[in-house]
Design a protein around this ligand. Structure first.
Ligand code: AMP
Length: 217
C-alpha cells in the first residue's frame, strides 16, 4: 500500500504515520526528516537545503528528489510507503508518480488531514522533537514521559523552523504550493478528508476506516 499524508505543518501527519507503520507494517518516509538528517550530516544537499529550511521555504525539487529516490530504493520500502511531506507542489506529484511507476506501483490513497489555522499555530508552539532520533512530541497532547526522549533518551528541542516567524512563512508556503494538491488528488478520486482535531487514536480510527473502505491493503 502506498499512501500519501497531506496536511499543513502541525496537522498531525507524523503521529498518524507512526500508527500506520505499527498497524500495517509499512514504512513512513518523511522528506522533512531526510532533509534534517542531510543538514545535520552537512552533506552537499543538506548545506543547500538548510538555507531554504531556515526560512520556511521549499527546498529545490532536485535536492528533495535525490534524497527520496535514494531512500525508497531500500528494501523496507518494497511493500509500500507512507509518504509524509512529499509531494508539496504540483511538479513533485509527477516526480512521485514516476518513482512509483518505475516500481510498478501507484498511489493507493491520499489522506488530507484538516486542522483549522489557529489550532495549527498553537500546536506548533508546543511541538518538540528529539534532537537525536527525530521523534515528535507535543508538550500538551503528547509529552515525553520524562525530560528526555522516551525512545533514545536524546535531548528534546524546539525545531528551528517551529519558531513563530518561520511558522507563518511555512503556512503561507503551504497555502500557495501544497493546498492545490487537495483538488488535484480529489479529481483523481484518490483523496479522503479527515478531521485532524481530536485524540490521535480517534483520528487514526477514521483513517483506518477509509483504508478498509478503499480496500487498499
Ligand atoms: P517538514 O518536517 O515536513 O515540515 O519539513 C520541514 C522543511 O523541510 C520544510 O519547511 C521545507 O523547507 C523542507 N521540505 C520538506 N519536504 C519538502 C518537499 N517535499 N519539498 C520541498 N521542501 C521540503
Amino acid at each position: 500500500m502506498d499512501i500519501l499524508l497531506l496536511g499543513a505543518p502541525g496537522s498531525g501527519k507524523g503521529s498518524q504515520a507512526e500508527l500506520l507503520e505499527k498497524v500495517y507494517g509499512i514504512v513512513q518516509v518523511s522528506t522533512g526528516d531526510l532533509l534534517r538528517e542531510a543538514v545535520s550530516n552537512k552533506t552537499e544537499v543538506g548545506i543547500k537545503a538548510k538555507v531554504k529550511m531556515d526560512k520556511g521555504e521549499l527546498v529545490e525539487n532536485e535536492c528533495v528528489l535525490k534524497l527520496l529516490s535514494e531512500r525508497i530504493k531500500k528494501s523496507d520500502c518494497d511493500n509500500g510507503v507512507i509518504f509524509d511531506g512529499f509531494p508539496r507542489n504540483i511538479e513533485q506529484t509527477k516526480l512521485l508518480d514516476d518513482l512509483l511507476v518505475e516500481r510498478g506501483r501507484k498511489l493507493d490513497l491520499v489522506v488530507n488531514i484538516e486542522v483549522p489555522f489557529e489550532i495549527i499555530i498553537s500546536r506548533l508552539n508546543s511541538r518538540r522533537m528529539c534532537k537525536n532520533c527525530g521523534k515528535g512530541y507535543n508538550m500538551i497532547s503528547n509529552p515525553p514521559k520524562g525530560v528526555n526522549c522516551d525512545l533514545c533518551n536524546g535531548e528534546i528541542i524546539i525545531r528551528d523552523d517551529d519558531k513563530e516567524d518561520v511558522v507563518r512563512n511555512r503556512l503561507d508556503v503551504y497555502d500557495k504550493n501544497t493546498k492545490p494538491l487537495i483538488s488535484y488528488y480529489s479529481e483523481k478520486s484518490l483523496l479522503v478528508n479527515i478531521d485532524g482535531v481530536g485524540k490521535i487514536s480517534d483520528i487514526f480510527e477514521e483513517l483506518n476506516r477509509h483504508i478498509k473502505e478503499k480496500k487498499v491493503q
